[in-house]
Design a protein around this ligand. Structure first.
Ligand code: SF4
Ligand code: SF4
Ligand code: SF4
Length: 268
């Protein structure tokens, strides 16, 4: 019997699923060793149980949380697929603002007023809070990034179906950046979050001429106060620094607003 693999999406752009579909050669090779039994972007079939469930997207409503709990109960291994699932991603920034304010910003004040007086719709918005999936269920493995790195997906699946323990280096992006031979952006007066961000992407943004904005999440134990001082020394004020950290990692910085695992839920 081949292991049964399934993909599920919650609040996301579905870019991580697309990133995996795009690695056709590796996927065709994997298909000889696994059965993909649910994958809304590619299949219409359903299955009752899964050996590995990949969860894309963040959790916003209790009905999403219930659906995720049901998937967890039917899965042997559960994997967070991408930054939305792993750390709440950019959408978790909305947690800092009242749902009614967010609603007015996106749909206008008229829509907000209408929804607030409609008992059939308001509860949906009133209880919206963006959570990484580790706030709702136990997560066995994390594939980080926005989007995920397909090679990490292949490595994880290959290890799991071989019965071995997949390992991902717990190191900052800077180590990969150095290995890539990049000139540090601080040397040209710019700033970067590579020192406090999980590696695994090969420092691709720096290599392509930009900087690291931290899409793979804050490393557990990262010394943010020391890093903040480095950013201050480079000329950023505290509000700008908070904005930079919160672009992808606001939910990791607000553990008091969350249930479940510690910041980022970095179990492995
Ligand atoms: S992590 Fe990024 S690419 Fe993946 S689903 Fe979320 S927003 Fe899309
Ligand atoms: S550019 Fe960023 S990731 Fe690269 S070495 Fe400098 S701080 Fe680290
Ligand atoms: S360099 Fe930083 S922002 Fe770019 S992919 Fe890697 S972790 Fe994400």
């Amino acid at each position: 019997m081949k292991p049964k693999i399934a993909f599920f999406d919650f609040a996301s752009c579905e870019g991580c699923q697309l990133a995996i579909l795009n690695v056709e050669d590796a996927l065709l090779d994997l298909l000889e060793r696994v059965d993909i039994v649910e994958f809304r972007e590619a299949l219409s079939e359903k299955a009752p149980r899964y050996d590995i469930a990949f969860i894309e997207g963040s959790i916003h409503r209790e009905e999403d949380a219930d659906r995720l709990r049901d998937i967890r109960a039917r899965s042997r291994v559960l994997v967070a697929l991408g930054a939305c699932a792993a750390i709440g991603n950019v959408q978790a920034r909305s947690n800092a603002t009242a749902p009614a304010v967010n609603l007015a910003r996106v749909y206008g004040e008229e829509a907000r007023d209408r929804v607030q007086t409609d008992p059939d719709h308001w509860p949906l918005w009133a209880h919206t809070r963006v959570r990484p999936i580790s706030d709702v269920v136990e997560v066995d493995y994390y594939l980080r990034g926005c989007p995920v790195v397909p090679a990490e997906f292949v490595k994880l699946v290959t290890a799991l179906i071989a019965g071995s323990e997949p390992r991902f280096a717990r190191e900052p992006v800077c180590t990969e950046c150095k290995r890539a031979g990049n000139l540090c952006v601080f040397a040209r007066g710019e700033t970067c979050l590579g020192q406090v961000t999980w590696a695994g992407c090969g420092a691709i943004c720096v290599t392509q001429g930009y900087r690291c904005d931290g899409c793979r999440g804050l490393l557990p134990g990262a010394n943010l106060e020391a890093h903040r001082q480095i950013l201050r020394d480079a000329g950023l004020d505290d509000a700008t620094i908070d904005d930079r950290y919160d672009l992808f990692c606001s939910a990791q910085r607000q553990p008091q607003q969350r249930r479940g695992a510690g910041p980022g839920g970095h179990a492995r």
